[in-house]
Design a protein around this ligand. Structure first.
Ligand SMILES: *Cc1c(COP(=O)(O)O)cnc(C)c1O
Length: 414
């Protein structure tokens, strides 16, 4: 029984009794459907919306320009908002326990919009803790959007703040080392500067940063929220004031989410708690096996759990990537199938090598996103991909797992 509850508003604005996370996951953003005689959410592909009342439209556009609040009634134009995407936004806000959420075409579009919102207020300085996802690191380091970054550790945040600091950014667990940050302590150190937590790896199933003081919770929804490797999306959960500004930036810069993607994300959310818990159990098991394996130098697995495992091998990490057969050697994460990649070559290649190593991303590190396959099948694949131990062959951890039918698992394919 999941005792986590959420307390924000329903899709139609009616306050409802707190419901458990698993219940919200399947019902949030859908509260009006039964009244409309629907079961599956409708997909609205309109780019524009007819109106015979242009005075009324002028007033609605003025209101949006002032507050960024979602217009009542149909949107004027698809870049201003979309009803199917709004369902996903409502649902994600409920799961993260925030007033609102604003969806974007990708995680990077979401982060860009946050930087533009703060930069446009003259607050261009960002304090950030490494490691971050490689492209987030690059966006900040290169100053592509006119921001200036100070990199520091979690304990250095308070000292790094300046009068023009507009944002503090952390990831926890971080991509790719799974390093964890004490979010409450960092939020405290931020004072009045908004803390953005990238919650992509934990998902609201394992961690709700807004409850610990984060003002902005960012997801690459491409990962666990979508959950099936077929949607590129980003979302920011936050209070209504920041959401209004994010909608205005989204309207002006155009990084909108497609309604089909909004539909798939809402559908993905309904199984999020089940997927994350199942994959986490398998990941924890694999992390234990890897930690006991003489071919593995070090295993990183978060205290809060999750479906990501990072490990450093004694041998050649490229051979492991070349050797997997069931596991897919690919960047990205959070899908139903298990993926593995070499951060120094792919996800964090764009980060300067010294900065990367300084952030704990060693050249021996592999990052694995554990999916929903059977743990014994995954272990057999990892075991063969890890190859022969370089030394200490006396304790060769080669498991030969027999088909186990009693617990309902399919027989192993050999
Ligand atoms: C993938 C990722 C991003 C970027 O998201 P996209 O959807 O690929 O743009 C940002 N943060 C983290 C932690 C990620 O893993």
């Amino acid at each position: 029984m999941d005792m986590d509850t959420t307390t924000t508003r329903a899709h139609d604005g009616v306050r409802t009794a707190p419901r458990a996370l698993a219940t919200e996951a399947v019902h949030a953003g859908r509260d009006d459907l039964a009244r409309q005689g629907l079961h599956a959410p409708p997909i609205d592909l309109s780019t524009t919306y007819p109106s015979y009342d242009s005075r009324g439209e002028a007033a609605r556009i003025d209101a949006f320009a002032t507050t960024g609040a979602e217009p009542d009634g149909p949107p004027v134009y698809g870049r201003l908002g979309n009803p199917t995407v709004a369902r996903f936004e409502t649902a994600l806000a409920r799961l993260e326990g925030t007033e609102a959420a604003v969806a974007f075409a990708s995680g990077m579009a979401a982060l860009s919009a946050v930087l533009l919102v703060r930069g446009s207020m003259g607050l261009r300085h960002v304090v950030a803790v490494r490691p971050l996802y490689g492209c987030s690191d690059h966006l900040l380091t290169a100053g592509l959007l006119g921001s200036e970054v100070t990199w520091t550790g979690p304990a250095g945040v308070a000292d790094a703040l300046r009068p023009d600091t507009g944002l503090v950014i952390v990831e926890s667990p971080a991509n790719p080392t799974l390093a964890e940050v004490d979010l409450r302590a960092v939020a405290h150190a931020c004072g009045s500067v908004p803390l953005l937590v990238d919650n992509t790896f934990a998902t609201p199933v394992l961690q709700r940063p807004a409850e610990q003081g984060a003002r902005l919770v960012l997801h690459s929804a491409t990962k666990y929220l979508g959950g099936h490797g077929d949607v590129l999306a980003g979302v920011v959960a936050c209070d209504e004031e920041l959401a209004g500004r994010l909608r205005q930036v989204r309207f002006a810069t155009g990084g909108v989410l497609h309604p089909l993607a909004g539909y798939l994300l809402l559908r993905g959310l309904s199984t999020l708690p089940v997927r994350v818990r199942a994959a986490s159990a398998t990941a924890a098991d694999l992390a234990r096996r890897l930690a006991a394996d003489p071919r593995v130098a070090r295993v990183h697995y978060p205290r809060i759990g999750g479906a990501m495992v990072a490990f450093e091998v004694y041998g050649d990490p490229h051979e492991v990537i070349a050797g997997v057969r069931l596991i897919t050697p690919a960047v990205s994460l959070g899908s139903v199938d298990t993926l593995i990649q070499h951060p120094a070559s792919i996800s964090h290649r764009i980060v300067d090598a010294d900065d990367r190593r300084g952030a704990g991303v060693s050249d021996q590190l592999l990052r694995m996103s554990v999916g929903l396959e059977d743990v014994e099948d995954l272990w057999s694949d990892l075991d063969q991909a890890l190859g022969r131990p370089e030394r200490g062959a006396g304790n060769c951890a080669t498991h030969h797992n027999e088909p186990a039918l009693a617990d309902g698992r399919a027989p192993l394919r050999r």
